[in-house]
Design a protein around this ligand. Structure first.
Ligand code: MN
Length: 194
């Protein structure tokens, strides 16, 4: 059976003009699909074939970890994006103000992590010991390997932005933070984990 590419939670053109349909055609249709295909090849006929994605991520190393984690990371990234999303409110807003001062200060911390991650990787909003925090990880690494709960992420591999922004990672990061964060998804992740 194996894993399958999850359906995108929006149309491929829904994030324009900030992320183009062409980017999603490749990023979702090719890159994410390839991680799924590689994962399935690597687990076939092994004890991992019956495990959940999270169990594989926690137990595996090397290519199996990389492909499993990239499947998880991309699925999580898509869920965290939404056009014209509502602003944070309630418990999430209260915690943002407690742990960062303001929403803008938290966005600045995320932008800084996303732009200073050297090479491929991810920037994250996480819950760490009851507090909101911003982290960054290289390649396929992810918060669950560090006993943190992921609340939101931005992909800073070049394939995430090169079609639309060429080498301008800071502009891609700013446009996503200002226009595409699905705060309802962030709030749901916070509620589930507290
Ligand atoms: Mn990616």
């Amino acid at each position: 059976m194996g894993f399958s590419l999850p359906t995108l939670p929006f149309a491929q053109s829904a994030l324009e003009p900030f992320i183009s349909a062409e980017t999603l055609q490749f990023h979702y249709g090719k890159h994410h699909q390839t991680y799924v295909n590689n994962l399935n090849k690597l687990i076939e006929g092994t004890p991992f074939a019956d495990k959940t994605l999270e169990e594989i991520i926690q137990a595996a190393e090397g290519p199996l970890f990389n492909n499993a984690a990239q499947v998880w990371n991309h699925t999580f990234y898509w869920q965290g994006l939404k056009p014209a999303a509502a602003a944070p409110q309630g418990l999430l807003l209260t915690m943002i103000q407690r742990d960062f001062g303001t929403l803008d200060a938290m966005k600045d911390a995320l932008a800084n992590a996303a732009t200073t991650q050297f090479g491929s990787g991810w920037a994250w909003l996480v819950l760490n010991q009851g507090k909101l925090a911003v982290t960054k990880t290289g390649n396929a690494d992810l918060p669950m390997k560090h006993a943190q709960t992921a609340l939101w992420t931005i992909d800073v591999w070049e394939h995430a932005y090169y079609v639309d922004y060429r080498n301008d990672r800071p502009k891609y990061v700013q446009q996503v933070l200002n226009n595409l964060v699905n705060w309802d998804f962030v709030a749901e992740n916070l509620t589930k984990s507290s």
